[in-house]
Design a protein around this ligand. Structure first.
Ligand SMILES: [Zn+2]
Length: 91
């Protein structure tokens, strides 16, 4: 597999580049089940999300930036699995 640039999609099976990565829209965030949102927010301070959460507009990968690496929370609105949320095993 070609080496990814840091701003490319972090999902192993996605080749989308930086142009397909965007900040996670609040409407999308609201579609994530509450339990999983709590797990994401457990990585924040006082309920304030200090980490940038991004979404790949190609595969739907939702991830946080924890320099020097990124952490995949799951997938939302993926073309193959549909609109539903699928949590990452590492959420
Ligand atoms: Zn992707």
């Amino acid at each position: 597999m070609a080496k990814k640039a840091f701003n490319d999609c972090p999902a192993d099976d996605c080749s989308a580049g930086s142009g397909r990565q965007a900040a996670l829209h609040p409407d999308y965030y609201a579609e994530i089940p509450e339990d999983d949102r709590r797990r994401i927010e457990s990585r924040t301070e006082n309920g304030v999300i200090k980490i940038p959460i991004s979404r790949c507009t190609y595969c739907g990968c939702v991830y946080g930036n924890f320099p020097p690496r990124r952490h995949i929370f799951g997938w939302l609105d993926n073309g193959a699995i549909g609109k539903k949320w699928e949590a990452s095993s590492s959420l």
